[in-house]
Design a protein around this ligand. Structure first.
Ligand code: IVH
Length: 679
């Protein structure tokens, strides 16, 4: 006789409570990116649940969050026939396409009497997620099957992998129908993708070209333990098989899916008419590069479900929906060659010469390859078909090759040993990824870049001194350093290509104005390594003249805010070079007279560094940081003797301890607010 173990009611309640709590944390973390507990706290809850399930094995359920780690691998993917086919969307690329879509829909709905003669069509507008479509089948509220889109009629059974996604509920909340097939997109956040690739590289494993490929590759694993380790996420945007559709509108249906515990992206809106659609498109377009995940457009759907029915489908796409695509951020093209660019400090950047391709709204012919290691890491070879990316205003880059399309005759890149511009040796320090031309200002390329830097808007702001002219001035030997610029006359300038009298006069006037820069701008214009705009201004304010900076001891330099040993060393090295001191003397000779920067308004927290730790009762970390910065302060991640205050909230840990140890004053949120108000 086997004794049936009685499980105490208290244990059952505890297990249910833990599961509920863990699921809620999963949603907060994986759907809303807004966790309210630390990873450690989450792990503790999980450990408690695991311990109880180990003690009472009969309580283990496939619906428990402990079961998401991935079960046994499957031998092969089963085929799943979609009860309701998974269709695709019609694409639109510009405002005309959108207006034509709205016109067709309006006519269709008016003809059928669903829309008044003067009314505009209401649409649900949302993101077009750039991942892959899946269909999740829930029966009596439980996840029973998950399938990829496949050809739309049948896909692959990926239930074993989908079960590992923390944002996909294994069980729906109360109110679930008998059968519900949820349609949505599986994707990976950009930051997670970057981390994943770093980890892959560290283990010598495959590097993914973009988040979508990584998501697809992860779902196509037979072993769910692999998928469990991949940061896959899911958003629902529709449904397939459904016993009865309980609500009359797309927007209401999405709210309902959300109420069942399914992740639905909150950035969705009901808008009216073509103008409403276009303004949604524009607003999303502005935010696109700040989103944590890739989207390739927005999707518009007629909000009325009856309207959707009436409009029906053409071929494989609904008449009631449109995908309004953003200009592609990634395209493929051929890598024709790899050129070398020499920067201001001699840094050598390999630049891809590409077969021209339209991407991110412009035609791209060059893209950066960053450095030698990057080329090796990505295994990019001349002759490859490559993916080129241009996101927002970011400079175009080569993402990687498409290995499947590699021809037999590709050529590996070799870093030259001599500078292609000046012939000096190219050197790569052992601990650096960057190779440098050792020619210094002897190298025409470095000279040109230094001049362009000095002429830049944040430096001497010499309008009209562009790349073409600098090339000619340097190549002809007329200009060797910044100081030479100041002896340029209108007559000299007229000798150069594309220089009319008017532009020459304007440039001479701009040079005249540049003779009295602020000291900060002049120091920045010199192009001292590690001395950016802000450091240059700080140096000006603390030391007061070029001479003082030139002769400052290390100790004096270190007393300037933000100047550490590396920067101090770079400054001393710069002025130790005779030719740099010559340039300073020549500038003086040319009548360049720096003015002292106007003392900026002193702010309450200027020069003060604060550290935030723990969770504050009402302020998010971002908001607190912004408030501190608005008062002129800085926020740092670590506590030192120089920290002015530590602002501590709930569950503050080692930073609070460190503050106490070092005697740094500690504030709570109220204290911070009082401090800020005191200004
Ligand atoms: S609705 C019948 N909504 O785009 C409507 N699809 O080109 C079918 N997609 O395969 C899909 N975001 O992978 C819809 N908000 C969204 C979407 C979306 C991304 C993808 C989906 C689909 C493809 C259609």
């Amino acid at each position: 006789m086997t004794a049936v173990t009685q499980i105490p009611a208290e244990v059952i309640r505890q297990v249910e409570g833990l599961r509920h709590e863990i699921n809620a944390h999963n949603t907060r973390y994986y759907v809303y990116d807004a966790p309210i507990v630390s990873d450690a706290e989450y792990d503790r809850l999980m450990a408690q649940l695991l311990a109880l399930e180990a003690q009472y094995p009969s309580l283990v359920s496939p619906l428990s969050p402990t079961q998401r780690v991935g079960g046994a691998p499957v031998a092969a993917f089963d085929t799943v026939r979609h009860v309701v086919p998974m269709l695709s969307l019609d694409n639109g690329f510009d405002a005309d396409d959108v207006r034509a879509f709205d016109r067709r829909v309006t006519e269709g709905l008016r003809d059928s009497g669903l829309l008044g003669a003067a009314d505009k069509v209401a649409y649900l507008a949302e993101y077009k997620f750039d991942g892959l479509a899946v269909s999740l089948r829930y029966e009596r509220g439980q996840l029973v099957q998950a399938a990829t889109r496949g050809d739309g009629q049948q896909g692959e059974d990926v239930t074993h992998n989908i079960r590992t996604l923390r944002s996909v509920p294994l069980e729906l909340k109360a109110g679930a129908p008998e059968v519900l097939e949820v349609r949505g997109e599986v994707f990976i956040n950009i930051r997670d993708f970057e981390r994943l690739n770093q980890a892959q590289q560290g283990r010598g494993e495959k590097i993914f070209v973009n988040p979508r490929n990584a998501a697809a590759g992860s779902l196509r694993q037979l072993d769910p333990r692999i998928a469990a380790k991949r940061p896959l996420r899911f958003f629902a945007y529709g449904w397939g098989d459904l016993t009865t559709s309980p609500l009359p509108e797309q927007s209401g249906m999405l709210d309902w899916l959300e109420s069942l515990g399914l992740p639905v992206n909150p950035d969705r809106r009901v808008v009216k008419g073509a103008e409403g659609l276009l303004s949604f498109y524009e607003q999303v377009g502005e935010r696109r590069t700040q989103l944590p995940f890739d989207i390739d457009g927005v999707v518009y759907k007629v909000n009325s479900l009856r309207g959707q029915d009436v409009l029906g489908f053409v071929a494989r796409a609904p008449r009631f929906a449109l995908a309004h695509k953003f200009p592609a951020q990634e395209e493929t093209t051929t890598l024709l060659g790899i050129d070398i660019q020499v920067g201001r400090t001699g840094a050598i950047t390999p630049v891809a010469r590409l077969k021209p391709v339209f991407v991110g709204g412009v035609t791209v012919t060059n893209a950066t390859l960053h450095n030698e290691d990057e080329i090796r890491r990505k295994d990019v070879r001349i002759g490859d078909t490559v993916i080129v990316r241009r996101a927002g205003d970011v400079i175009p880059e080569v993402v990687g090759p498409i290995i499947e399309r590699r021809p037999d005759s590709t050529v590996l890149f070799q870093m030259p040993t001599q500078c292609p511009v000046c012939g000096s040796a190219i050197h790569r320090a052992e601990d650096e990824a960057i190779s440098r031309c050792t020619g210094g200002l002897f190298c025409a390329a470095q000279r040109k870049q230094s001049l362009l830097h000095a002429a830049g808007r944040k430096a001497l702001d010499i309008e009209g001194l562009g790349e073409k002219l600098v090339d000619q001035l340097v190549d002809s030997g007329r200009v060797k350093s910044i100081a030479d610029l100041f002896s340029l006359r209108v007559e000299d300038l007229l000798l150069y290509d594309r220089m009319g009298r008017k532009s020459a006069e304007n440039l001479v006037a701009a040079l005249e104005k540049a003779r009295t820069p602020t000291l900060g701008r002049l120091l920045f214009a010199l192009g001292i390594r590690h001395v950016g705009e802000t450091t240059a201004r700080d140096l000006a304010r603390h030391l007061g003249s070029v001479d003082a900076v030139m002769h400052a001891t290390e100790e004096q330099l270190l007393a300037v805010p933000d100047v550490g040993p590396v920067v101090a060393h770079a400054i001393q090295e710069f002025f130790a070079e005779a030719h740099n001191r010559d340039v300073i003397a020549a500038l003086e000779q040319a009548g360049v007279r720096p003015q002292l920067d106007a003392e900026p308004v002193r702010q309450l927290l200027s020069g003060k560094t604060l550290v935030l730790t723990g969770t504050l009762p009402t302020l998010t970390r971002d908001v607190a940081t912004q408030m501190i910065m608005a008062a002129g302060g800085k926020v740092s991640g670590s506590v030192s003797k120089k920290t002015a205050w530590v602002v501590a909230g709930e569950e503050a840990g080692s930073k609070l301890a460190k503050a106490v140890e070092l005697g740094v004053p500690v504030l709570d949120e109220e204290g911070l607010k009082a401090l800020l108000a005191s200004g």
